[in-house]
Design a binder for this molecule. Structure first.
Ligand code: ATP
Length: 299
């Protein structure tokens, strides 16, 4: 009977692996209803990442013909650097991440990773190079160990434990009677928002991608948990090319460079200090959020 089950297990694994990639991205990008229309070119080679730089070259894009979202947008994220994208709601921040994953192709312009046009490489190799930490992580109804190893079925126990340690969830797991074998999800142990996010960070560490995309809206978490998670993310993004989509400016003041997006164009860019000195859109957003923080210090 066991032998009969094996192929089914495998099928289940394949199904879950495919679903996983989509689930993480769906969680981040509200992609549930989105048609994925992009196809690999015949004979497309795999992306080869040696120096994980990202470049947008005059990228224009709109979801509908009559409404342009990105307008000849150009910027670079040097290999190993930490760049944050900020801007008013609807400015196109998440759209940039969706294009980087190639859920859509630009109408014009190119997106390069390590000098290779992402439209010309296989999507599988592209998505293997990028890790996402969404703000609302989805857990599977399985063990916590399984949830961490997800996406890399060959991960060793040591790697899983190291990832749990580096994402600061190991003490919590050690406090559970069944440790890594604890069932989580709907029928198992319910995890808090912060614990779920740490599982997502651990999962990303196991995948070990050269490029990280962070959705840094941690508004669901209390201030202390948020600070802890931000510190963990800082450590995780060290030595990795990191593109952070920031909704709250307090989380990204340390970025090497901040891109301020407005109506699909780069309005300003620079370090936090440079942008404050410039006294433009960023300085205005910063002053507004600082006032909000004072009025309501809990959020
Ligand atoms: P926020 O900070 O509110 O998350 P954002 O800067 O990330 O905003 P995007 O999600 O990139 O903004 O959206 C940019 C614009 O594109 C918005 O006006 C949005 O309505 C539109 N848009 C987003 N997704 C789609 C879609 N699938 N189909 C059509 N329009 C879309």
């Amino acid at each position: 009977l066991m032998q009969l089950f094996r192929p089914l297990d495998l099928l289940g694994w394949v199904y879950r692996t495919i679903r996983q990639g989509l689930v993480d991205m769906a969680a981040m990008f509200d992609l549930i209803d989105t048609n994925v229309e992009v196809a690999d070119r015949p004979g497309a080679p795999a992306l080869v990442v040696r120096q994980p730089s990202i470049a947008f070259e005059k990228v224009s894009f709109g979801y509908d013909e009559d409404r342009q979202i990105l307008d000849e947008l150009s910027f670079e994220v040097p290999a190993g650097s930490h760049v944050a994208i900020v801007g008013p709601s609807g400015a196109g921040k998440s759209t940039i991440a969706r294009l980087l994953f190639r859920f859509y192709d630009p109408l014009s312009g190119r997106i390069l990773i390590d000098g290779q046009d992402i439209a010309r490489v296989t999507q599988e190799s592209l998505r293997a190079a990028i890790g996402i930490v969404p703000q609302d992580s989805v857990l599977f109804n399985d063990t916590i160990g399984y949830n961490i190893a997800y996406g890399r079925e060959d991960a060793s126990e040591d790697e899983i434990v190291a990832a749990a340690r580096d994402s600061a969830i190991l003490p919590f797991i050690d406090s559970l009677p069944d440790r890594f074998d604890t069932e989580v999800g709907e029928r198992g142990l319910k995890l808090s928002g912060g614990e779920k996010q740490r599982v997502a960070i651990a999962r990303t560490l196991v995948k070990n991608p050269p490029i990280l995309v962070l959705d840094e809206a941690t508004s669901a978490l209390d201030t202390r948990t948020e600070q802890d998670i931000l510190q963990t993310l800082d450590r995780v993004s060290e030595n990795r090319t990191t593109l952070a989509i920031a909704h709250r400016l307090s989380t990204i003041a340390n970025a090497d460079r901040i891109l301020v997006l407005d109506h699909g164009r780069l309005a300003e860019s620079g370090t936090h200090a440079e942008l404050l000195a410039r006294d433009g859109l960023y300085a205005e957003m910063w002053a507004r959020q600082a006032a909000e923080r004072q009025a309501d210090p809990v959020t």
